[in-house]
Ligand binder design. Structure first.
Ligand code: AHM
Ligand code: MG
Length: 333
């Protein structure tokens, strides 16, 4: 059974960039995710982990204590591995510059965008939560100061994206543009082993995932599509599954065959999910798993971001399911 490190080395010719850098990136990601995993497993035993931190993020949403812990764990871990020059996090208003070794402060060429703990409102109730990450090559030359443009790149420029799901087991799933591969953490030895090679949406269409509590606030095309899923779809209606944790909903849908939808609503006119930290990495994984990711009209990976925390409507899943929903949106009166 391959470990993650062995798998990367074995497939080094399929990665266009430095294998050493990729190993270091994963070394940071593994280190932080293992310490987050350890904390999550203690939730319920200590008040220091569960509950709100009393702070809100840049968009005014309450932050959980573990959001802070996860954010700090990733920053420290990336700093210690000396491979990235900057990080943008859902939990931080501005991007964070990471100085390299010695005097050469801007020597590294990779930038990371991360949602350290997605679905964190589920921490207190033992529902799977996740970390979502993506990596780009900076646009400004090495040695120069980083600018916001290093982070505001289209999703089609990602060189690495993935997530860690802290669920009934802890699984790391990633793509570098050569398929999607999943590794399960063996907690007894603290090692991620290849458990889900070449993940791919199955042919069957089975599930739709959307927060139907917002039904009355959805645009007409989305409401019509929900009715199609429930009443008109042949030979069987789709099954509804929604846990409110993007990583968990996506992971299940990729394995079992389903569409995930977070459309615009009356209260969230641009949708709720963030383009850079959530939608772009999941869209890259979706396409690599043979699926399609869209904002309802256009490809997510082709959107030019204009700010770090921007939101977008988000749909991802098997190509046929996403295309069908796009038709409903197009035919909206
Ligand atoms: P978060 O980044 O603040 O955790 O919010 C993102 C989460 C997603 O994981 C999930 O799919 C969505 O918010 C659920 O939102 P809602 O409760 O509105 O359905
Ligand atoms: Mg999130």
């Amino acid at each position: 059974m391959y470990t993650l490190g062995e798998f990367i080395i074995e497939n080094r010719d399929k990665f266009l960039y430095s294998t050493e850098a990729l190993l270091r990136l994963f070394s940071s990601i593994k280190l932080a995710s293992k310490s987050i995993n350890k904390e999550i497993n203690k939730a319920g035993l200590t008040e220091e982990i569960i509950g709100s931190s009393g702070f809100t993020n840049i968009q005014g949403e309450p932050q959980q204590k573990l959001d802070h812990f996860a954010h700090r764990a990733f920053i420290e871990s990336f700093k210690s591995r000396n491979v990235v020059c900057g990080i943008a996090s859902e939990e931080s208003k501005d991007f964070i510059v990471i100085k390299g070794e010695k005097e050469n402060i801007f020597q590294n060429k990779y930038v990371v965008l991360i949602d350290p703990l997605d679905g964190s409102s589920n921490i207190d109730v033992n529902i799977p939560i996740g970390t979502i990450f993506s990596v780009y090559i900076r646009k400004t030359p090495i040695q120069m100061e980083l600018t916001i443009e290093d982070f505001l790149q289209k999703g089609n420029k990602q060189i690495l994206a993935g997530y860690i799901i802290y669920g009934s087991s802890t699984i790391l799933v990633y793509t570098t543009g050569n398929g999607v591969h999943g590794f399960t953490l063996d907690p007894s030895v603290g090692t991620f082993y290849l458990s889900h090679p070449n993940l791919h949406f199955p042919k069957r269409e089975k599930i739709y995932s959307i927060n139907e509590g917002n039904y009355a606030r959805f645009p007409e095309g989305i409401r019509n599509y929900i009715r199609y899923c429930q009443e008109k779809r042949r030979p069987y209606p789709y099954t509804a599954r929604y846990i409110g944790s993007l990583v968990g909903d996506f992971h299940r849908n990729m394995i079992q065959g389903g569409i995930y939808i977070y459309p615009k609503t009356v209260h969230f006119p641009c949708g709720k999910l963030r383009l850079l930290y959530e939608c772009n990495p999941i869209a890259f994984l979706t396409e690599q798993a043979g699926g399609k990711a869209s904002d309802g009209k256009k490809r997510i990976l082709d959107i030019k971001p204009i700010n770090l925390h921007q939101r977008t409507p988000f749909i991802c899943g098997p190509v046929e399911m996403v295309s069908k929903l796009e038709e409903f949106i197009k035919n909206e009166k």
